[in-house]
Design a binder for this molecule. Structure first.
Ligand code: SF4
Length: 273
């Protein structure tokens, strides 16, 4: 277990925050698990459910309309109406962000993610974790890709390039990369700060050595969802933990300190299911 934990105070994102109105993210994780449990009772085929969510989540206008439909025979309308009241407290800033997003950036599907899409992505991440965590944990070579923006910006980062990409040198007790790296190393997952390492090439080399390969992603919700989908397309077992908020230069034009729920990371990598 971790000896010292970094300060865990609420952070607000450009569009979402997993703290909602609470001083902890445990409420978010309890809620997303409860929602996934309920939805799986009615739709037990996880793979089929994930495929449907992926297909429908691209139809922004239809998703909005579905929130008006109370027809329980419509799968996506039922899911959206179930999850929206629980998850909307985590995405309160999204509408304002979309109102002020310049026309030239509307093509960027990450930046232009709608509230309904965020809610479906949250569910998709949870369902994908459940579907693939055993296969991921069994992989011979497991890597974790962490974003640069999770580091402690109050110190000069001492991370160094090592094999695939940069690795943390544990210089700051306040740094989330430091604590996440320790949890990952303990569980035989190689932690990297992703600065451009070629994951497809690494997967190819690992396959040539006849070893299986798995990826754990940490990123903001839209980025993580698309990254996980990409891994799935390439038959790489993938799991993910969302950043607690979206606070990097892409969203704000500058970096603000960010965090992840380390308890949830530990729970995921020690998962038995
Ligand atoms: S603890 Fe690691 S990631 Fe954080 S600033 Fe130091 S070297 Fe960089």
């Amino acid at each position: 277990m971790r000896s010292v934990s970094p300060e865990y105070s609420p952070v607000n994102g450009k569009t979402y925050s997993l703290f909602g109105k609470s001083d902890s993210t445990s409420g978010y994780y309890e809620e997303i698990r409860m929602l996934a449990d309920k939805i799986l009772v009615l739709n037990p085929d996880r793979r089929d459910l994930i495929d449907n969510i992926r297909k429908f989540s691209s139809k922004k206008r239809t998703l909005k309309k579905y929130l008006e439909i109370k027809d329980s025979s419509n799968l996506m309308a039922g899911i959206l109406n179930l999850i929206d009241p629980h998850l909307k407290k985590y995405t309160e800033n999204t509408d304002e962000h979309l109102r002020t997003l310049p026309f030239s950036k509307l093509w960027d599907r990450r930046l232009a993610t709608t509230r309904e899409q965020y809610h479906l992505y949250m569910l998709e991440i949870e369902l994908t974790n459940r579907l693939l965590v055993s296969e991921f944990l069994k992989a011979d070579k497991k890597i974790a890709l962490m974003p640069y923006c999770l580091q402690d910006f109050s110190v000069k980062c001492k991370s160094e390039k090592n094999a695939f990409d940069y690795q943390c040198k544990h210089c700051s007790a306040k740094c989330f990369q430091n604590h996440a790296s320790t949890i990952l190393n303990t569980n035989h997952i190689e932690p990297y700060i992703w600065m451009g390492g070629d994951m497809k090439q690494l997967a190819k080399y690992t396959a040539m050595e006849r070893r299986s390969f798995g990826v754990l992603g940490i990123a903001c919700i839209p980025e993580l969802t698309w990254g996980m989908r990409n891994c799935c397309k390439n038959n790489i077992p993938v799991v993910g933990i969302p950043l607690n908020a979206n606070r990097c230069v892409r969203w704000f034009g500058e970096f603000f300190p960010n965090s992840i729920d380390l308890t949830e990371l530990e729970r995921l990598v020690t998962s038995k299911s």
